[in-house]
Write a protein that binds this ligand. Structure first.
Ligand code: WTA
Length: 635
């Protein structure tokens, strides 16, 4: 008997215990009873520790879209699968039923096939939050093509790097996108990117903004005529549970972004199971996650998890501030949203505005509020709880990562205890441990250390596309038998976890993971820059802001213009999300004798915590610290 639905504290405890004692039997039960498999798997779990290869349900055959779509058509074809809420209020929303979504996905799948896309091919999707994005993702899954969705806020250089890294052959994009009062020229960005992407043979273009764009004959095709002609029947390609489903890029602390690879079977089982339980989803619910499908949260908890459960999921094209700061709350009232899932940065930004943007709306439909992406501070948690949850709706602070595929540590709403700023308890199947700096496990209930996970769970990313060695090094390099999260955490006497933040050179800005290395590379592209170091400084809304210490080659005339140029270089190489909030020009950077930049010192200097600098005499260039302090005192 499997415990698909954890509806009491006892059932959680029992499931957790069983998952500890026998992870294989636990996940086999969940996977067998709740999903459609074309053929049962040969082996539930396989972990080759020597080569760091994890497999779940290998030999099992399935197509995830049969689980997301086809199987619901029997009884629920008319049920709304996706509610599309456009950016502009004067455009009508769309309610797309399961049967209409299935038809569109089949049509799109046939379009892709006609363009020569087949199983295992990589398709880059660079689209705004419109229904075609969901349809494109699922169409890839239908034919076994591997989708690589790139967030439509990334620049052409960042897009090209992602297209080339996994050798995509086709891009799906749109003429443009609406975001608040702005229009984004997506096709232009794609055109620029494709100058450096010889592998791309075709692009399919969705007409969204109807702005003027350039169509390259023989390469660029409008989607609509192809889509309209395509048959709405496309038999699902049968996949092995361990075949890749998608690649999603995430920032690393060094080097180029990491293309995390998720596979069909384990990802499906884990995202469906966690969606059901973390949101306590029931059939009548209307669920909304405000993330973008360009990030893992959108993959797992706008599309895969909710649709696997036959849920109604909302896709919102716009931003929380447009046309005013009440937009989120208006949407909750409009659709009677039962579960709402967003990021702390959005909560903090909206909490700063007047309550007059909140109080006009009826939020009584809400049953669960979720947060994800970064630690939520006590003040934001309380505001969310009191003003959005009206003091009674449970909050689930969900900790997880692109690499983990689904939520790992979170309370179960109304079932286990929520504690502000704590992600609290691990979900069944997840075995967190804290290690000290020496790598020893902290055995006492209370403690602080580096967060590792002991036993692989079904949706752990299997590799980094094209670079398994980097995967091994990054996640299993410190401990051969434990996954390293890169986060620090503390644990209380009851076993509740509080995530304290990244311990590596990844900075989370407005919920987006940014590696310092690519930002520094972009800064160094400027002809006047010799070297730079970027650090995160706590910021009341964004969580962290970006502060750059920059060494110039020559003197310069106009500081404001130079700063703008440097930010322009960042926008060009990465995107506006990585722009520096502050920068100082310095004659040097504090370095260890082995030449490593001492970021801890820079972090304290940027925050003017001059007393916290500690002993700097062992630095290669201790005198620079005085210069930096003097510079900051003038600021
Ligand atoms: C951070 C997002 C504290 C963490 C799903 C992690 C969190 C990184 C939380 C992954 C949370 C995510 N509390 N920190 N509830 N959720 N994080 O890959 O540092 O975009 O390592 O995945 O976000 O970010 P990613």
């Amino acid at each position: 008997m499997s415990h698909y639905h954890l509806d009491t504290a006892e059932s959680y405890k029992k499931a957790y215990q069983e998952s500890l004692e026998n992870p294989e039997a636990f996940w086999a039960g969940i996977a067998k009873d709740n999903f459609l498999w074309q053929k049962p798997w040969d082996k539930t779990f396989d972990w080759d520790q020597k080569n760091t290869e994890v497999k779940w349900f290998a030999g099992g055959k399935l197509n995830i879209t049969e689980n997301l779509l086809d199987r619901h058509l029997v009884h629920n074809g008319d049920k709304t699968a996706i509610i599309f809420e456009p950016n502009d209020l004067d455009e009508s929303p769309q309610k797309i039923s399961y049967s209409d979504l299935a038809k569109s996905v089949n049509k799109m799948a046939n379009v892709l096939k006609d363009q020569g896309v087949g199983k295992g091919d990589r398709v880059c999707i660079y689209l705004p939050m419109i229904p075609e994005l969901a349809i494109a993702v699922l169409a890839c899954a239908r034919i076994g093509a591997i989708h690589s969705v790139v967030f439509a806020g990334f620049s052409s250089t960042a897009l090209a790097a992602r297209i080339n890294d996994c050798d995509c052959t086709l891009v799906i994009t749109s003429d443009g996108g609406f975001r608040g009062a702005k229009t984004i020229d997506l096709k232009n960005i794609v055109d620029q990117a494709l100058e450096d992407c010889p592998g791309i043979q075709k692009t399919l273009v969705v007409a969204r903004t109807n702005q003027k764009i350039n169509m390259v004959p023989g390469r660029d095709f409008w989607l609509k005529p192809l889509f309209d002609q395509a048959s709405d029947h496309c038999p699902p390609t049968i996949m092995d549970a361990e075949d890749p489903l998608f690649i999603l890029y995430t920032s690393g602390s060094t080097g180029k972004p990491k293309g995390m690879v998720h596979t069909c079977g384990g990802y499906m089982v884990y995202t469906a199971y966690t969606f059901k339980n973390v949101f306590q989803y029931t059939e009548q619910d209307i669920y909304w996650c405000s993330a973008d499908i360009g990030w893992i949260t959108g993959h797992s908890y706008i599309l895969y998890g909710p649709l696997a459960n036959g849920a109604t999921t909302v896709m919102f094209e716009g931003v929380p501030s447009y046309p005013d700061f009440g937009r989120f709350w208006a949407i909750i009232e409009k659709y009677k949203i039962t579960q709402f899932y967003t990021a702390p940065t959005a909560i903090r930004a909206l909490a700063k505005e007047s309550l007059d943007f909140v109080t006009p709306y009826d939020l009584s439909s809400l049953k669960v509020l979720g947060t994800v992406g970064e630690p939520i501070n006590e003040e934001a948690w309380q505001w969310y709880f009191n003003h959005i949850g009206q003091g009674k709706v449970p909050i689930v602070d969900t900790w997880w990562q692109t690499e983990t595929g689904g939520v790992m540590i979170a309370p179960l709403p109304g079932i286990t205890r929520a504690i502000p700023t704590y992600a609290t308890l691990p979900l069944p199947g997840i075995q967190p441990v804290l290690l000290d700096e020496q790598g020893n496990e902290i055995k006492t209930p209370e403690g602080s250390g580096l967060l590792f996970i002991k036993h692989p769970w079904p949706s752990i990313a299997r590799t980094i596309w094209g670079d398994h060695q980097r995967y091994v090094q990054t996640y299993f390099g410190a401990q051969k038998d434990k996954y390293m999260t890169g986060d620090g955490a503390t644990r209380d006497a009851q076993g509740n976890y509080r995530i304290t933040g990244r311990v590596d050179d990844v900075i989370i800005v407005s919920g987006h993971n940014l590696g310092t290395a690519p930002i520094e590379d972009a800064i160094n592209e400027h002809e006047l820059v010799a070297e730079s170091a970027v650090i995160g400084v706590p910021h009341p809304i964004k969580g962290n802001s970006l502060f750059g210490f920059i060494i110039l080659k020559n003197s310069f005339e106009n500081e404001v213009s130079l700063k703008n140029q440097i930010n322009q270089s960042i926008v060009q190489h990465i995107g506006p999300i990585a722009k520096l909030d502050e920068m100082v020009f310095t004659p040097g950077l504090p370095k260890t004798r082995s030449g490593k930049i001492m970021r801890r010192i820079l972090r304290n200097i940027a925050q003017k915590n001059f007393d916290a600098l500690g002993d700097t005499s062992t630095l290669l260039n201790p005198e620079i610290v005085k210069d930096l302090i003097a510079m900051m005192q003038k600021k």
